[in-house]
Design a protein around this ligand. Structure first.
Ligand code: HEM
Ligand code: HEM
Length: 185
């Protein structure tokens, strides 16, 4: 099984696994927060506790993914794409990494401002970030958290449309770069 990108047009297996695990985790975490938001008390906690734990997990997986990317550079983009398309894709990727760090970090910062720690799936307690207890700051940070998510949801839609355009209109087997066994370019 290949683990490096340098000699092929597909992402490394490590990058592919991290891409799909994080993508699924982000969607699950969005649904957990949306559902928990409309509930109260213990029912809300049943969704929000896993939301926080999965969010912290996403943060650490993203740090791992960035380190992996530095050690395993992605394959060059398809040379047939227009320059603006390549620029747009690169900008979207940088923004994704910014949001995959920024969204969980603001969530963690907000919870820490409420003076709370995060229970990681009953396995251990994640420490609070070293900030003063200040619920009104926590509330404002949560607004930033939710605004960043709005930006990310738009980016996800654009990202998927871009991938599908390259796959089915440009016919470059774009998805084959992120899905093993989908044919070689
Ligand atoms: C929450 C959902 C998703 C997130 C956060 C996400 C994030 C990313 C990021 C950050 C990259 C750049 C990888 C790098 O160069 O380091 C990437 C690449 C890619 N993603 Fe996604 N992705 C998501 C969902 C999807 C879906 C649903 C598809 C399929 C329709 C997809 C297809 C691809 C493809 C084909 C690439 C390779 C782009 C290239 O050729 O350079 N992604 N994704
Ligand atoms: C990639 C990771 C994350 C995503 C995509 C995400 C997404 C969201 C979304 C969409 C909401 C708004 C729900 C709504 O008002 O309808 C939300 C709220 C919230 N999130 Fe996150 N979040 C993530 C990570 C975290 C983390 C790590 C924490 C804390 C450790 C956290 C704590 C919260 C809290 C406390 C709320 C407020 C819930 C409420 O309004 O009732 N989130 N999150």
């Amino acid at each position: 099984m290949a683990t490096s990108n340098t000699s092929q047009a597909r992402y490394s297996m490590g990058a592919i696994i991290l891409h799909w695990v994080i993508a699924i985790a982000v969607i699950v975490n969005w649904r957990l927060a949306e559902t928990g938001h409309h509930l109260e008390g213990a029912a809300a906690a049943a969704y929000m506790n896993p939301h926080k734990a999965l969010g912290i997990t996403i943060l650490f997986l993203t740090v791992l993914r960035i380190i992996w990317r530095l050690m395993n550079p992605p394959p060059a983009m398809h040379s047939d794409y227009a320059k603006w398309e390549r620029m747009l894709a690169k900008t979207a990727h940088v923004l994704f990494y910014f949001l995959l760090i920024g969204i969980p970090l603001t969530g963690w910062l907000a919870v820490s401002s409420y003076g709370k720690t995060v229970d990681i799936f009953g396995l251990f307690e994640m420490f609070a970030l070293p900030v003063a207890e200040n619920p009104s700051a926590g509330k404002s940070i949560l607004e930033v958290h939710e605004t960043l998510w709005t930006g990310m949801s738009v980016l996800i839609v654009l990202h998927i449309l871009g991938a599908l355009k390259h796959q089915f209109y440009d016919k470059t087997n774009e998805l084959g770069r992120m899905i093993p066994g989908l044919g070689k370019r």
